[in-house]
Design a protein around this ligand. Sequence first.
Ligand code: IFM
Length: 471
Amino acid sequence: MANDASAVFDARSPAVSDNPLADPFSPPADSALWRKNFLLGAATASYQIEGAVNEDGRLPSIWDTFSATPGKVLAGDTGAVACDHYHRWEADIDMLVSLGLEGYRLSIAWPRVMDAAGVPNRKGLDFYKRLLNRLKEKGVTTFVTLYHWDLPQHLEDRGGWLNRDTAYRFADYADLMSRELAGTVDAWATLNEPWCSAYLGYGNGHHAPGLADGRFATQAMHHLLLAHGLAIPVLRANDPASQKGIVANIGRGTANSDSAADQRAAHLFEVQHNAWILDPLLKGAYPQDLFELWPGTEPLVLDGDMQTIAAPLDFLGINYYFRTNVASDGGHGFREVPLEGVERTQMGWEVHPDGLRDLLTGFRRTYHNLPPIYITENGMASDDKVIDGHVDDTQRISFLKRHLAAVDQAIKAGVDVRGYFLWSLMDNFEWAFGYERRFGVVHVDYSTQKRTVKRSAELVAKFLKERGARV
Ligand code: IFM
């Protein structure tokens, strides 16, 4: 038990499940969470919350096209209205501030701010200016992601991330945004989860644009990372005071047995999920094991690309959700062997906080130039219901406590983690799963757009208030 994050935080005590409000977040006195400079915030993304897809000159994105294609998204849901945040942003910010959240991570919809010829769209830009100015007025630290998957459809029509030119168009977009928004952004993230864009979008087709070919996945990844590397110096030049980084989702893979083949399978799982992104960023090279797993998928890399991709970072954003147990597939790969009797979320994902700690401490050993880390997403989906005006999201409360404890353990082990963002501020459009899966700490009734603060958010607010009152 000594290595189990839950043992430190005692999050599975009966008091938590019996009455979550009676058991506020109370990390141990020596926990890094008490430090006032440990940033606690919440995150969202443009297509998942904004709606207003046809307003003020916004152009279609690949997710408009994909979600309008029958069979691609559960129940045929689309982001056309989502949380109607485009019209309700002021109230949503008031809600964030009233919860005492210190940081807000949002993303910009590229198709809202630029047309196909690269001409800025004033109305779209003004939306983000108003939003970011208000956040600044309220003292909220802002993390802005430039690309959270809503590629303009006109770029996909020219090959999307398979076309090297898209990386240069991204640098132009980063240039425009950092010139327009300089001074209102505390931290810029170029991309959110390039693994999902490349693998789910081009490798297995579960996400937009829905293409499925291993060679496409590695080439799309290369162009995504190149786009990131081209954008970093542009952001530095236009907005020197802000931090610049990227957000990667990471996955824990554990071996189903002690056999060498299963151990190798777990290693390959983590190569595919983590090293595929982190090695080029932090070592300037793709992991060769990746091409053992996917023979013949080496991307076309031009001279100088890897140096561009490995541009120094001010921070690395880490998104963590679950662990996958794997065995050898009998060849060069791995297959999932789901564990029985483990706790899972509405997504079917296994709750495994220790995986977050173990990955963070492992990265510290592997990457000597590991930049400061922000946990830019962590959270879970549950089938939350409003009953008598309240949402008792007991499992989420326990989940968050255990994962925050895991972060604290990683900090104690020497990893420089500076903050944590809940995914998500509010229930929203969960991509291929539509609106059924609820990740928010605030409930959204999509028929009325009424927001109801869940108990998890009340507890985080209570903790932040207590922390703020400490001398
Ligand atoms: O909703 C997504 C988010 O857009 C990216 N990271 C994972 C979340 C949950 O699936």
